[in-house]
Design a protein. Sequence first.
Length: 545
Amino acid sequence: MAVFSILFLSLFVFIHPTPSASDLHHHHRRRIHPPSIKDEPSSSDLIRQACNATRYQQLCESSLTPYPNRNPMEIIQSALTVSSDNLREAQSKVQSILEAASGNINQTNAAKNCIEILHMSAYRLKSTADALPRGDIKNGRAWTTAGLAYQYDCWSGLKYVNDTKMINETMSFLNTLIGYTSNALSLMMAYDVLGDQTASWTPPKTERDGFWEAGGDAGGAAPQLGVPAGLKADVTVCKSGGCDYSTVQEAVNAAPDWGYGRRFVIWVKTGVYEETVRVGLSKQNVVVLGDGMGKTVITGSLNVGQPGISTYNTATFGVVGDGFMASGLTIENTAGPDAHQAVAFRSDSDRSILENCEFLGNQDTLYAHSLRQFYKSCRIEGNVDFIFGNSASIFQDCAILVRPRQLNPEKGETNAVTAHGRIDPAQSTGFVFQNCLINGTEEYMRLYYSNPKVHKNYLGRPWKEFSRTVYIGCKLEALIAPQGWMPWTGDFALQTLYYGEFGNSGKGSDLSGRVTWSSGIPEDHVNVYSIGNFLQGDQWRLTSS
Ligand SMILES: *[C@@H]1O[C@H](CO)[C@@H](O)[C@H](O)[C@H]1NC(C)=O
Ligand SMILES: *[C@@H]1O[C@H](CO)[C@@H](O)[C@H](O)[C@H]1NC(C)=O
Ligand SMILES: *[C@@H]1O[C@H](CO)[C@@H](O)[C@H](O)[C@H]1NC(C)=O
Ligand SMILES: *[C@@H]1O[C@H](CO)[C@@H](O)[C@H](O)[C@H]1NC(C)=O
Ligand SMILES: *[C@@H]1O[C@H](CO)[C@@H](O)[C@H](O)[C@H]1NC(C)=O
């Protein structure tokens, strides 16, 4: 009986987010008086029209009904409130999983990761709710896109440890939460793209449906991004003495919380730093300057073969705080042969810039996890899915090099350069490669040419249903297979992903043998993937929150 009423209660919470007393009053009144015939649609008509923009329409309508929704912006705010209220409940459920996990290392780790990323989700949803009244819809979309991704990641992490009733129930709760947040994001996208006439709103479309967002760079020169020259170091790091700190992490810890709109510049001098570095959510505007690729080296070897470590935790260097910048560094993960997922660099830093940096690993080298990231003149080496995540990232003038597998490299292999993980068509994420070189390392190319038939490399494969990746003006060397792209498993995502190419050169760029589910980007839409349009890079300022 007790179990039954708890279940009933939680079911109730799914469908009816707790409305305030005045909302209930409003709701009640509206039901007594049928909608009058006027130009203005009634609240329930407005909800029905607006929810037409979402993927989970019934969930949308039932969740919004208790709120006063006088206009499209209020509907969006209500949808965000529903999402945030349920997120708080999810956080407490995950806390209970952690408390019950005593001693189970896998459950403990999954719960801890969930707690961290659900906190990030709450932060992004709150920032969105604050931004919308300022008319800041593009940032709102970017932040809610991430808020949604984190909720999914929590669900996904629990899947591997789903062996208690509590975990199973939390997963269904998260599943509904993901629906609420997806709906809020779809509503924002409709408002941004289709305008405030809800009668015209339709579910989110992608390039595969023939839909492109507005693309011209509004006059003037296209915006450029980079690490500013001449930054003065606030602190120094070296191994030999005479610096402020001897580890990178100590220097990061010294950065003031929230940054207050100013940068904190850390100069890491030539040397090898064997450590795990974490730049937390509150460490904003941290800048790490090294003495050059191959000179300042930050190295680690965490990998998923170790107990209680998931892909997210393996990063040698992991950044969450916004406005992160780095240049002149090598970041590597040297996990041994057959180690599987082992990340060198992971970023959840919105408006982050990495320039002249080198990322070395094998499987999963660069985890461009979420939000908006810009990589300029970087060098990225790996083999399996070595650039992956669900961020909106532009890679400009980068060298992307396949390196040999660690075990039996001469036997041949199949590699995907990217595995983009967009889960929802309203998410504003994707990987964009501009003017990059896709090649193998010298060692790999020797292996390749000794037996090209067994060494297969593809531009990407769909980790998640709405995976999006484009190559524009890149040099695709011979190692890229004529098919260009490879499936994940069976026909998963092949109808929903978007894989586009435009203006590439090199032997691997020949489009005649491409898989039918890849696309040429129409010339008049190439600008959709520019720094300004795709990352809002013309509005990047120092973060101060
Ligand atoms: C929802 O969209 C469909 C198709 O665009 C349209 O026929 C229908 O009238 C819309 N419903 C509402 C309530 O606006
Ligand atoms: C944790 O997961 C690993 C890898 O899946 C597994 O080998 C191990 O048995 C699990 N440990 C527990 C306590 O469930
Ligand atoms: C898992 O949760 C779902 C939804 O709450 C429920 O229908 C199902 O019976 C549960 N399964 C187990 C094995 O507990
Ligand atoms: C969790 O595991 C149970 C038992 O194997 C399974 O019935 C249930 O569908 C799983 N729950 C989810 C949400 O995947
Ligand atoms: C690609 O790598 C091969 C082998 O190292 C090299 O010969 C070739 O010049 C590289 N391509 C470019 C454009 O650098």
